[in-house]
Write a protein that binds this ligand. Sequence first.
Ligand code: NAD
Length: 509
Amino acid sequence: MIDDLLRRLGIRDGHSGACAGTWIDRPAGEPITSINPSTGDPIASVVSASIADYDTAVDRAIDAFHRWRTVPPPHRGEIVRQIGNALRQHKEDLGLLVSLEVGKIRSEGRGEVQEMIDMADFAVGLSRQLYGLTIATERPDHRMFEQWLPLGPVGILTAFNFPVAVWAWNAMIAAVCGNSMIWKPSPQAPLTSIAVQHLVNQVMGQTEYDGVFALAIGGAELGARMADDERLPLVSATGSVAMGKAIAPRIASRLGRSLLELGGNNAIIVTPKANLDLALRAVAFAAVGTAGQRCTTLRRLIIHESIAEGFFDRLASAYRSFPIGNPCDDEAVLVGPLISEAAVKAMLDAVEAAKDQGGEVVCGGRRVDRPGFFVEPTLIRAKAAMPIVQQETFAPILYGMTYTDLDEAIALHNDVAEGLSSAIFTDDLRESERFLSAQGSDCGIANVNIGTSGAEIGGAFGGEKATGGGREAGSDSWKAYMRRQTCTVNFGSTLPLAQGVQFPITPEG
Ligand code: NAD
């Protein structure tokens, strides 16, 4: 099954992980083995990009940028449309590869590819809407307006847990904005990036713009090189807060731009006025979906003390009913594996730390006895003062805490370093509006009667505080990928100066 799948997607064992349109023939980087987290077995080995390979790919991306930036945006959109269609044609296989390589359940594997397709469609429409403002000018016979122009080659660093969708958030928009780009995927998911790049190459190879989309597979060392690379005016980086703290100062020191999409420590408040059936479903999906490996995964449940006991009981029985297993073998599986042995260890360590700090494991907390990297969805009754509650453990651990009044709940909610996604469950307008007010959630995403995960692409996605402040995907996120130019045109025959400044000069000097 695996060999056939890789062949259909144009991947061969020992594939080169560096390319800019055409594959670099003899990459010199270290081999990286892609592991199937559902079995622990190797899937294939990829030759990563050396720094020299990366430099060659960026040179090609710069060359491509010089041609691509002259293409009218709607024509760029037409090429992005073809990329979207190529992804559509291969949705089933690509979705299966996502499940194979990072362990997502099948509907989420397909959903990840759908998100790429949606981003392509969104970008096609956007290619006719890269508009600026016309601004009233104080000077007679003048016109002032702003326009948005391409930036240059954009660096894109992605995390393992959305191995291709996050690339699409960046790449589809960056492309219609007139940029070329170089993508460094997670070394834990090299095959999905090769498969996507292969499809993109097939489309771009039919155009004069081969090289607009480049790929360089490697680890943190390559990411650091991108952060330092003055040829990249923008580096868009998705991953842990630690990664953001490592690269942001490097990018800033060369006065480059960074767009950071970092970790979350997301919470839901459930009030006594909530529809508890709705809340239960939302909490379960947000906390356990993707085996707790989403940046928007629910990590903290803040529930009113009057309803907590019954809710914890119902949640625990839902947790025990979830089918755990290899998503590639069984469509009914709802909980796949963690990404690696290290992730299992981090999860078990967090459970032990929670117990040491006074937490009570309501259900789960153990490794599942089978090959691969499986753990039980875990609910821990906790106190906000426990240090472990402040930590994003990338696993299905939910800390359940109680509150007595809403102001206390909102204070608990905001009392973490990150500020990504948040939600309240209530049917009381006063409570929901308070949560959405300036005294409410401090996150980039705030929902009412919807869980913290599973955002649509039409909105701007991202978070505040230690989540990094970046926004990607919909709304006006495209502006991050362009440079704004304010233009003033004098169509008169005098030269009035702004603010009434006088500077008379006789024509003779
Ligand atoms: P990670 O930080 O380990 O790696 C992310 C990317 O950064 C990878 O490409 C990696 O090779 C690179 N990298 C890591 N350290 C680096 C360094 N010091 N210098 C340069 N590059 C470096 O993250 P991960 O384990 O792949 O993904 C999980 C994390 O990503 C979680 O914290 C999750 O919340 C976060 N995440 C955030 C979003 C978002 O949109 N906010 C989306 C997905 C994942």
